[in-house]
Design a protein around this ligand. Structure first.
Ligand code: APR
Length: 314
């Protein structure tokens, strides 16, 4: 069987870490692309040079030429500019300015990807995530099942890590799911969280559980306040988990930003919901029964997406 091929666009912190973990899992050959040619080429070369020690046996190349990416099975898009102070004015860009800047970058990337890998599944990581999913859908011309955003995979991973630590049990035995978007719009579902099937509320006091939910909501900010830039290990882990589900046709149930066509009552909008990921991309959306409080949180999340999508002007 031919080896799969993954292109990672953006060779910064998240992109390079995706390439690293794809290699260590021997998931696929990797092409790393960045507008800064030397950065992608150099990081790919460094990873290839680690192969004899780490024992992965893959082709890893980098550069800024999309011809190299031809016929990729999966493309992970991490390209973009982060939200940082303008060195001249000392001001942060407004949300709308940032959306417009990343729309240009991600839009161009999506067109190139569609040209060279017309059958790929695209995993979007660039922020603001849900809006960038709309950009990729629009500019690639791909069917919605082949454009999916990484959001819930990361939030769920953080939630599980905090719970495992608090309960003193293996991360492997925590089952749970976080829907919606990042931050305040996140929808953690403690009713659907268990430790090896035991409802989590039987094992932890409510105030401790609420503190973990709050920490999960602010998980991104906690890292920024420690390092000064946004996280990369856990975001890349989330994206690689999704890529693996697609490449290995695992039918994994992973909360993902998916283009909804009526599910949960939303139409024409990317919202973080449980999705079955397999070779075709988003193969199915699972419609959970949500109570009024959970639905209200998901509505808030969908409204936030709607307001950013309006900025795109499509
Ligand atoms: N084409 C290809 N690469 C580009 C382009 C472009 N048009 N424009 C920018 N890039 C590259 C940058 O050169 C940089 O190497 O994207 C990379 C982004 O890397 P970082 O700045 O290190 O950002 P990172 O932390 O990796 O985050 C990337 O993922 O989680 C999200 O919010 C995060 O949107 C951000 C994205």
């Amino acid at each position: 069987m031919a080896r799969s091929k993954v292109t990672v666009v953006g060779a910064g912190n998240v992109g390079a870490t995706c390439a690293h973990w794809i290699a260590t899992r021997e998931l696929a050959d990797v092409v790393l692309i960045d507008i800064v040619e030397g950065l992608a080429k150099g990081k790919a070369l460094d990873l290839a040079e680690a192969a004899p020690v780490m024992k992965y046996d893959l082709k890893i190349v980098g550069g800024n030429n999309y011809e190299e990416t031809a016929d990729s099975d999966v493309v992970i898009i991490t390209a973009g500019v982060p939200r940082k102070k303008d060195p001249v004015t000392g001001q942060f860009p407004s949300r709308d300015e940032l959306v417009k800047t990343n729309q240009k970058i991600v839009g161009e990337v999506a067109r190139q990807v569609a040209k060279y890998s017309p059958n790929a599944v695209i995993i979007v990581v660039s922020n603001p995530l849900d809006a960038m999913c709309h950009v990729v859908l629009h500019e690639s011309g791909f069917p919605p099942e082949r454009v999916v955003g990484q959001a819930g995979a990361l939030d769920t991973a953080r939630y599980k890590a905090f719970l495992a630590e608090a309960l003193g049990v293996s991360v492997r035995d925590i089952h749970g799911i976080v829907l919606g978007g990042h931050g305040d719009e996140m929808v953690p579902l403690p009713r659907h969280t268990s430790v090896a099937g035991i409802p989590v509320r039987e094992l932890i006091e409510e105030d401790k559980l609420q503190a973990i939910i709050e920490r999960t909501r602010k998980g991104g900010g906690e890292i920024v306040s420690l390092i000064g830039v946004s996280a990369w290990y856990a975001p890349a882990a989330g994206a690689v988990e999704m890529a693996e589900a697609i490449i290995r046709d695992q039918k994994r149930v992973i909360p993902s930003a998916v283009y909804l066509t009526g599910q949960y009552g939303y139409n024409g909008l990317f919202v973080g919901v449980p999705a079955v990921l397999g070779a075709k991309g988003v193969e199915r959306v699972i419609e959970m029964e949500l109570n009024d409080e959970e639905k209200a949180m998901l509505d808030k999340s969908a409204n936030a997406v709607r307001s950013v999508v309006e900025v795109l002007g499509y």
